[in-house]
Design a protein around this ligand. Structure first.
Ligand SMILES: Cc1cc2nc3c(=O)[nH]c(=O)nc-3n(C[C@H](O)[C@H](O)[C@H](O)COP(=O)(O)OP(=O)(O)OC[C@H]3O[C@@H](n4cnc5c(N)ncnc54)[C@H](O)[C@@H]3O)c2cc1C
Length: 254
């Protein structure tokens, strides 16, 4: 049974984004205080003006202008548990691989939590459960076929026995404002490990594409405060060196 840890399965690709996203945001922000048109501003603003304006927008909390830049990611090799958490972020668009139209076959794997993978006894229990789920799924598909039912009907019912660990793919489009929010709360250590890894990967790609827009993005503790309050504070503030290590680990994947 292919059970693979997150570092090996999770793949995040920045597929496309608003052309010149930082200029688009800066022109929109500048329009609020100018008699010129957005098209003129977009054409005319120097790089230094774009930089200065984005610094002001990000720093002052005038974040609605950030909504004019969108980014589309292909996200592969995550669990349904993770994708379910992801789609709770409502200010985004998603297209997810269907379990109704796409058969969960031998190619499709299960995402194994690293702590379970590292514990032989727990890993054995996990593997047994995944095997049982896969066998039940395959038998239900087989039975549906024997009964002459349509493939989609059979698959849409058989998928009920698949676990949260079932691997999935999803395309996500988010604007820069929502991305900053997503990264802020999901790169926090209190977020679940898989979506936490996803948030750091998304941040990694964005910082290399639009560094001004995503300056100071990350968990609050990286910038000296914790969003969780005293009671929920995890006690492990992210240090810049740790962030560098995380990034170095993923740099090879891109
Ligand atoms: C550590 C952690 C633990 C969690 N545990 C649970 C849990 O146990 N159970 C659970 O159900 N969920 C849980 N969640 C998910 C969480 O409750 C949110 O659903 C998820 O993080 C999406 O973020 P968001 O609510 O900020 O909304 P987003 O959809 O990302 O929206 C962004 C922002 O837009 C605004 N907004 C969006 N929609 C509305 C609206 N309808 N009305 C007003 N303002 C709006 C809000 O300011 C919001 O913060 C958890 C999340 C984290 C990070």
């Amino acid at each position: 049974m292919p059970v693979t840890p997150v570092s090996a399965t999770q793949k995040v690709t920045l597929l496309s984004h608003t052309p010149e996203p930082e200029r688009a945001v800066a022109a929109a922000g500048r329009l609020c205080y100018s008699s010129s048109t957005a098209a003129e501003l977009r054409e005319r603003m120097t790089d230094a003006e774009v930089e200065r304006l984005i610094d002001i927008l990000v720093g002052s909390g005038h974040h609605s202008a950030l909504e004019h830049a969108s980014f589309t990611f292909g996200i592969d090799g995550i669990s349904r548990a993770c994708s379910h958490q992801l789609v709770r972020h409502r200010l985004a668009s998603y297209s997810q691989q269907s379990q109704r139209y796409v058969r969960f076959d031998g190619e499709g794997g299960f995402i194994v939590p690293p702590k379970i993978a590292a514990d032989p006894e727990a890993a054995a229990v996990f593997e047994q459960a995944m095997d049982a789920a896969r066998q039940a799924y395959e038998r239900l598909v087989e039975l549906g076929g024997e009964r002459g039912l349509e493939k989609e009907t059979v698959q849409e019912d058989a998928r009920f026995v698949l676990p949260n660990a079932a691997e999935t793919r999803i395309v996500m489009t988010m604007n820069a404002r929502e991305l900053r929010h997503f990264i802020r709360i999901r790169s926090c250590r209190r977020a679940q490990w898989e979506i936490n890894a996803l948030a750091w990967r998304v941040r990694y790609l964005l910082l290399r594409t639009a560094p001004l827009l995503f300056q100071k993005s990350g968990p609050d503790c990286l910038f000296g405060k914790c969003q969780e309050g005293k009671r929920m504070f995890c006690g492990k503030v992210y240090k810049p060196e740790e962030v560098e290590e995380i990034e170095a680990e993923w740099a090879g994947d891109q």
